[in-house]
Design a protein around this ligand. Structure first.
Ligand code: OAD
Length: 246
């Protein structure tokens, strides 16, 4: 389908949806300068997930894991939301987007003004104590790592979900409820290779909903998507939101 037809169809679907949700992944922040995980320049090409993003890696070498998160915080700190983040915030403002599920930990959706967000993989700017209930929020990367708990002096850890860990219970319950309720889902910049997020668009489809996919490449959703656009998310959603304002 020519891209212009795809954009027109997206607008049509968005305007006629009763309960639209969105699912985003690392690709939505790529145009903000944050590397994705998979693909040619993905983080998992240069780093080993099992040495940096598992509870066992943290147990073995908390300093190394914290160094990696500190480095990523530095990248995220310099990044600004791009037109894709802003378009989703605008769709929420207009009452067209009911909820946004993100796998991203970069906080750029919040920066862009989105409010109804489920951050299923946590947030890089938060840390939690490995022993007590203490949580902290950073506004810049910590000066020294690993970070200790100011309450009990035990190790703090990034408040993100690592491989082999369950998702936060509230987030997962809300995510599945939204998937069952939605009649349209925007799936943006995710490889759909990590569960349970990868199942969400298919739950919407099983409940007779529709799916719009925006991604540079095809995914397992592409054959089933109502509209699939292979183009950068920022560029594509800018066109959608510009047309919406006309
Ligand atoms: P991935 O890195 O697996 O996939 C990024 C997707 O974005 C790919 O399908 C790209 O084709 C697409 N993409 C890249 N640039 C894009 C652009 N400008 N516009 C549109 N699409 C673009 O990232 P996720 O699917 O988010 O988990 O990965 C899921 C999870 O795996 C992450 O949350 C993280 C990771 O390991 C944890 O850390 C728990």
């Amino acid at each position: 389908m020519p891209e212009s037809h795809g954009i027109a169809r997206i607008l049509d679907l968005i305007k006629n949806a009763e309960y639209m949700i969105a699912l985003t992944g690392a690709g939505i922040s790529a145009e903000s300068g944050i590397p994705t995980f998979r693909g040619a320049n993905g983080l998992w090409k240069k780093f080993r997930a099992e040495e940096l993003a598992t509870p066992w890696a943290f147990q073995k070498n908390p300093k190394l894991v914290w160094e990696w998160y500190k480095w990523r915080m530095g990248i995220v700190a310099k990044a600004k939301p791009n037109p894709a983040h802003y378009c989703l915030a605008k769709l929420e403002d207009l009452g067209l987007l009911k909820y946004l599920i993100t796998q991203n930990v970069d906080g750029l959706h919040t920066k862009a003004g989105s409010k109804k967000i489920v951050e299923i993989h946590g947030n890089i700017w938060r840390a939690k104590c490995t022993k007590c209930d203490y949580k902290m929020t950073f506004n810049k990367p910590p000066d020294s790592v690993p970070v200790s708990c100011p309450e009990c002096n035990e190790l703090m850890r990034p408040d993100v979900v690592w491989f082999g860990e369950p998702l936060p219970r509230d987030a997962i319950a809300l995510m599945f409820e939204l998937a069952r309720k939605a009649d349209l889902i925007l799936v943006i910049g995710t490889s759909l290779l990590v569960e349970p997020a990868a199942s969400i668009p298919f739950i919407v489809l099983e409940h007779n909903g529709k799916a719009i996919e925006i991604n540079l490449t095809e995914t397992k959703l592409t054959p089933y998507a109502t509209v699939s656009i292979q183009a950068p998310a920022g560029k594509t959603l800018k066109k959608v939101c510009d047309l919406l304002s006309k």
